[in-house]
Structure formats: structure tokens, C-alpha cells
Design a protein around this ligand. Structure first.
Ligand code: NAP
Ligand code: SF4
Length: 667
């Protein structure tokens, strides 16, 4: 077996987990929707069938005031227990185990009834919480215990108590949010009394044969967070109080350090869990940016943790574990850490899904049924839209031929994967390459298909993508000017001063690429973000280092207003922070006048300015490439246009891939 540590069972005494894989808690949005539980059952069933050892549900509030939003899911009654039986049944029927996560939002609650240890509003909070009274504290402890009891009634195998990410329990633990003078504040021993009383009350209520996972914030990444000695003390007390498994929490939601986005190196925080090894005797779970069986196996083999938690990788591929066990890792659809269809959706109150797997959370709706028709289908273009459509059509049993004008498949992802911090994108290309092969799809590369050849197909899919927009600008033919595709593909040497025209997703990527320090390693990345590996400073944050930029860069857009954030709701701030740290000049409301030997002339704040740059990189969006459509119409060939060829504005891979799968499901 290739991953012996990953597939070693974990004996918890009263029960056994079949492997070392925990599916971390993810809120999908189905928890609250009307017919959500049927869909959620199918979602969990697929992951249990796919081999996950232990699934943890999204967070459920133990009482009304602990809800994250006024309509967030709550779990605190026998009625809720009955309702949840469909979920536990679905998982058990497929050979898995499942724990319910109990999460009290505390001051992160987005309603005026928010409660916390003290009445201090979160920097990202909408409401100032009320300080909990003694009676409210005692009630909340009882509510956690009762909810755990009902979880047992619902046939859950355990509960996970959310003690990290800056939620209520974390708010009691840290001086940042707890300035109480009573028995629940002041000394560290007083501040950790709340989680310890919760665990004791739960254990008393559920008995010995029920899993209690505690998600412990091991690295807060905020000022006035815990030090490592404090984390150890709490971990040991939690073990004594009756916790079965300790899961790792990294960073509060208000922390200004990236912890899971794609630019975070793989397994970037496993060292934090490792520091706790041998300090407690219960199993430790590590998490964050673990997305391949190799990374997971290495963590376990080197003794950094006893289990690995992965969450988003199971949105990307429900069969992750089975494929690893059957040595078919080349067919794993890898999570690329983009957050675009999972967290970004949840933060916009939309149902979560996955950019690389649009069927995630749509298991009962976006179905690729085997077809009883035989059809031969030609797909023109092997970018994300064409590829997702081709493999989905083949899955339904159609005969598919893919034509690609370039020498390799992948389209725009071939550019994206060259951007520092976006190396994961090559995994998607690897996945599709192997899927094409596995499904016997004919692929013709370096091939411009002719109309005569297209006549033989029952259907033709036009997925010919986009090309860079070439804006009208005096001097745009000057040797200083280069379009982003040519720059990323050829990476010519640039001068010390560079202007980037256009600050959409690609402009930001290019500005990041040309200011990237050389030879980045995990240690230099941690240093760049001021993370203290000894966790001697509170919250694991060192005083900020000043970054020395290597190149002077201007990133510009014509629109007024915010610049540098990019499209991602949960990742935009990371892009902006990175560019700010690197001293990139970000200008909005710019008019581009001309380029000549002097550089780029712009009008900004009603003044004409010369940016004496050596190069101007054009990142001014894209236009569709779909000339074929007209010829197909004339020749009366049955065709469909998808991806960038269909619509280039605001095109992103999420829409392209989804469009490909949706079309395939209907043909
Ligand atoms: P984009 O997001 O549409 O941005 C185009 C940029 O070009 C804008 O800043 C626009 O700003 C500027 N522009 C448009 N017409 C112009 C003109 N005639 N002259 C000068 N500037 C002009 O497109 P993109 O950056 O090429 O990205 C393409 C797609 O890929 C987008 O959907 C994007 O979301 C996606 N993408 C996503 C990520 C990510 O991290 N999630 C990364 C890269 C790309 P003004 O009009 O204000 O000047
Ligand atoms: Fe991973 Fe992106 Fe899919 Fe989220 S949307 S699960 S980050 S690939």
C-alpha cells in the first residue's frame, strides 16, 4: 500500500476509525435550506462511500443566541435529533462515522443578540456583543451538554466543540476578548474555565463511549492571543476533562494572515500541531492546506500528527480516499485552494460548491446519468470549459474527440499555474490529462480542425476561449509594451520600473509575480507574514518586519475606488495586503495617455504624470474567440458555445467548468 500511515486504523478504545482521514467541518448552506437535508445526506453519503474515516458536520449553534446569523442552523432539541437521523443514517449506511460540530459564534454573530466574554466588538463584527452574565455562562455550558446529548440521540458518533477561529470559546480563552474580573476572566486559569466546564458537562451527559473532539486554537495569529505554554496547559486540561481527540485551529477569522488560501504553502501549519506531540496522550489532528495523499502521508509518517483533517479536498473529490487506497492518485481532482466556489459562496450566503467539481453539494441535481443514446461529439478547445464538458460527456458514455490548437491542454490554467502561489492550478491540468486518457477520449493537439471534419459529429462544442483585449493607446506598439499572455508565457527580463495596466484578477496576479521574492520557502513565507515559529509572542505574531521591495511597480485601473483586491470575497484582502507589503503603487481613476521612450504618460488626479517605466504590461481583460460559430451555423452543424468563447467578461474558471458539466448533463 502506498500510504500505510494514512490507512492505519485509529483505536479510540470504545470505537475504531478505519483510517486517519477526518473530513473537516464545512458549512455548505444546505443546513438551513428547506429541502437541504436530503441534499446534505447525499453530500455526506458520497464522502462516506468515498472512504473518509470520520466526517465532521458544519457548525450548529447550541442555542439561539449562539447562531452565526439569525437564520443559522441550531441543534438543541429532540426534534432536531430526529431531523438529523437522515444524515447519520446516510453516513453509517456507507461505512463511515460522523460527528456534529457545535459552534457558538459569540461576538462574530451577525445579529444584535450577540454574546461574548466581554462587550468588545470584533474588527470584522457587525454588532457589539453583550457581556455574558454568570447565569448566561452556566446556561451556555448546559446548552452545549444538552446538544451533545441530543447528538447522541441522533446517532452521531461524536461531537466537535469549536474552540478556535475566534468564536465564543476562543473569546473566553484570550485576553484580547476577555477583560472580565470574575471567575471567568483575569488569569489564564480563569479564562480557560469556560471550555473546561463545557467539556466536563458534555462528558457527564454523554458517557464514556462518545467521541468528543475539541478544536483548539493552537496559533491565534492575533494580538493578545495565547502563547505556546498556554496552549499546552489548555490541551492537558482538556484531556483530563474528557476530550477524545484534539483538532488544530489556526488563526482567528479576524487575523490578517492567510491560513488556507492557495498562496499558503501546503501543510504550512503542521509544525504547530507537531509542537504539541508528546505533551498530551490523546490523538492530535492537523489541518490547513493538506490536499494530496502524499502530503497527508508525510505528515503522519514524520509523526507531526495522528490524523489529518481535510475539508475542501472533499468538495473537489468525494472519492479522494478510495482513489488513494487504490493507487489511483493521478485521478484525484485536487482542491486548488481558490475559495471561489466554497468559502466565497458561504460568505455571500450562497450554497457552497467547488470550482473544480460543480457537482459538490449538487449531488442530487447535477447528475451525469449514463445515456442510452450513442453520440459522437467534437469539442473544440481544451481549456477548462472544453475539458470539463469532454470528460463529463465521456462519463455519460458518449464518444468524444477534443481538438486543441496549442501544444498542450489547459488553456488559461497554463498561465495561472505560473503565478507564484498558484502552482496548484497545474493539478487541475494533471487531473484532466489523466481523465482524458482514462476515458479513451481522442485528443488532437496542435490541431486546427476544419469544417469538413466537424460534419461527422452529432454535436460540436465550441470552447475556443479568449484572447487578451488590446486597448487603443498611443504607442501601444512600442517595445516597452507587452501583453500579459506573452509576459507570463515567455517571462522576459523586466526592468526595475514596471507599469501594469488593468487591475482585475490578472493585473493583480502579474503585479504579484513581478514583485515575488526569489527562492521562497515555507520558512521565508512564515517570516514574510511575521509568524513566530516558537509561539513565544502572544498569538504567534512577531513585531512586523519591513519588507524591502526589489522593483518599483504601478498597478492601475480607470475606475475610481477600491483597487488591488481582486474578485475573491475571502481572498481579496490577501492580494491587497501582499501588494501593499511589497510597496506596489496602486492608482485608481487613471487615464492612460501614451507610451514612448520616456515611459507611460497618465492623467491622475487631474495632473499629467510620466511614469518613467521600463515596461508596460497590458492586463486589460479579454475578448471571446468564437469565429467558428458563424461557419458552423452556415454549415448547419449542431453546436453549443461555452466558456470564454460564449462570454469573456467576468469569465472565470468557476463559470467555465460549471457550464461545461451542465451542458454535458443535458445533451
Ligand atoms: P477583468 O477582471 O475583467 O479586469 C480587466 C481590467 O482591465 C480591469 O481592471 C479594467 O479596469 C481594465 N480594462 C478593461 N478595459 C480596458 C481598456 N480598454 N483599457 C485599459 N484597461 C481596461 O479581467 P482579467 O483581469 O483579465 O481577468 C479575467 C478573468 O479571470 C476575470 O473574470 C477574473 O475574475 C478571473 N481571474 C480571477 C483570478 C482570481 O484570483 N480569482 C485571478 C485572475 C483572473 P478599468 O476598466 O477600470 O480600467
Ligand atoms: Fe478547493 Fe477552490 Fe473547490 Fe473551494 S472551490 S474546494 S478552494 S478547488
Amino acid at each position: 500500500m502506498s500510504y500505510p500511515h494514512l490507512f492505519q486504523p485509529l483505536d479510540l478504545g470504545f470505537t475504531q476509525l478505519k483510517n486517519r482521514v477526518l473530513m473537516g467541518s464545512m458549512h455548505t448552506g444546505l443546513e438551513e435550506s428547506n429541502d437541504g437535508f436530503k441534499k446534505l445526506s447525499a453530500f455526506y453519503a458520497a464522502r462516506a462511500k468515498g472512504g473518509v474515516g470520520l466526517i465532521v458536520t458544519g457548525g450548529f449553534a447550541p442555542n439561539f443566541r449562539g447562531r452565526l446569523t439569525p437564520f443559522s442552523a441550531q441543534f438543541s432539541s429532540s426534534r432536531a435529533a430526529e431531523k438529523h437521523k437522515v444524515l447519520t443514517q446516510a453516513v453509517h449506511d456507507n461505512g463511515g462515522k460522523i460527528a456534529l460540530q457545535l459552534l457558538h459564534a459569540g461576538r462574530y454573530a451577525m445579529h444584535p443578540l450577540a454574546l461574548s466574554a466581554s462587550d468588545i466588538r470584533a474588527p470584522i463584527g457587525m454588532f457589539t456583543p453583550s457581556q455574558m452574565s454568570e447565569r448566561q455562562i452556566q446556561k451556555t455550558i448546559r446548552d452545549f451538554a444538552n446538544s451533545a446529548y441530543f447528538a447522541k440521540q441522533a446517532n452521531y458518533d461524536g461531537v466537535e466543540i469549536m474552540g478556535s477561529e475566534g468564536y465564543l470559546i476562543n473569546q473566553f480563552i484570550c485576553a484580547r476578548t476577555n477583560v472580565r474580573y470574575d471567575n471567568w476572566g483575569g488569569s489564564y486559569q480563569n479564562r480557560i474555565r469556560f471550555p473546561l466546564e463545557i467539556i466536563k458537562a458534555i462528558r457527564e451527559k454523554v458517557g464514556a463511549d462518545f467521541i468528543i473532539i475539541f478544536r483548539l486554537s493552537m496559533l491565534d495569529l492575533v494580538e493578545q492571543g495565547s502563547t505556546f505554554d498556554e496552549v499546552v496547559e489548555l490541551a492537558q486540561e482538556l484531556e483530563k476533562a474528557g476530550v477524545t481527540i484534539l483538532n488544530t485551529g489556526i488563526g482567528w477569522h479576524e487575523a490578517r494572515i492567510p491560513t488556507i488560501a492557495t498562496q499558503v504553502p501546503r501543510a504550512a501549519f503542521s509544525w504547530v500541531t507537531e509542537k504539541l506531540k508528546n505533551k498530551v496522550s490523546i490523538p492530535l489532528v492537523t489541518c490547513n492546506r493538506i490536499n494530496t495523499p502524499e502530503v497527508a502521508e508525510n505528515i503522519l509518517a514524520t509523526g507531526q500528527a495522528d490524523m489529518v483533517s481535510m475539508a475542501r479536498p472533499f468538495l473537489a473529490d468525494p472519492e479522494f480516499v478510495n482513489k488513494a487506497e487504490q493507487n489511483k492518485t493521478e485521478l484525484i481532482n485536487t482542491c486548488i485552494g481558490c475559495n471561489q466556489a466554497c468559502l466565497d459562496h458561504v460568505f455571500k450566503a450562497k450554497r457552497a460548491t467547488c470550482l473544480v467539481n460543480p457537482q459538490a453539494c449538487y449531488e442530487t441535481e447535477l447528475v451525469l446519468e449514463p445515456s442510452d443514446k450513442t453520440k459522437s461529439i467534437g469539442v473544440i478547445g481544451a481549456g477548462m470549459a472544453g475539458l470539463s464538458c469532454a470528460v463529463s460527456l465521456a462519463e455519460r458514455g458518449y464518444q468524444v474527440t477534443v481538438f486543441e490548437r496549442n501544444e498542450r491542454i489547459g488553456g488559461q490554467f497554463n498561465l495561472a499555474m505560473q503565478i507564484p502561489g498558484k502552482e496548484e492550478f497545474k493539478e487541475t491540468i494533471r487531473y484532466f490529462t489523466n481523465k482524458l486518457d482514462h476515458q479513451n477520449i481522442v485528443v488532437k493537439l496542435n490541431y486546427s480542425v476544419e469544417m469538413d471534419e466537424l460534419r461527422q459529429f452529432d454535436e460540436v462544442i465550441v470552447a475556443t476561449g479568449v484572447k487578451p483585449r488590446a486597448p487603443q493607446l498611443e504607442g501601444s506598439e512600442h517595445p516597452k509594451v507587452i501583453d500579459y499572455q506573452t509576459y507570463i508565457k515567455n517571462q522576459p527580463t523586466l526592468g526595475q520600473k514596471v507599469a501594469v495596466v488593468g487591475a482585475g484578477g490578472i493585473g493583480i496576479d502579474v503585479a504579484t509575480m513581478i514583485t515575488e521574492p526569489e527562492n521562497q520557502t515555507l520558512d521565508t513565507w512564515l517570516q514574510d507574514w511575521d509568524i513566530d515559529k516558537n509561539i513565544e509572542f502572544e498569538g504567534g505574531l512577531k513585531p512586523q518586519d519591513t519588507y524591502k521591495p526589489t522593483r518599483e511597480v504601478w498597478l492601475m485601473q480607470r475606475k475610481k475606488g477600491s483597487i488591488g483586491k481582486g474578485p475573491g470575497k475571502t481572498t481579496g484582502w490577501i492580494h491587497k495586503r501582499t501588494l501593499e507589503k511589497r510597496g506596489v503603487n496602486m492608482l485608481a481613476g487613471v487615464e492612460y495617455l501614451k507610451v514612448n521612450d520616456d515611459g507611460l504618460y497618465i492623467r491622475h488626479n487631474e495632473e499629467v504624470k510620466l511614469l518613467d517605466v521600463d515596461h508596460v504590461i497590458m492586463c486589460a481583460g479579454q475578448v471571446s474567440v468564437n469565429e467558428l460559430a458563424e461557419a458552423l451555423t452556415i454549415n448547419e452543424i449542431n453546436y453549443h458555445v461555452i466558456g470564454g468563447a460564449d462570454y469573456a467578461g467576468e469569465l472565470d474558471a468557476k463559470r467555465a467548468i460549471r457550464q461545461g458539466v451542465e451542458l454535458a448533463s443535458k445533451l
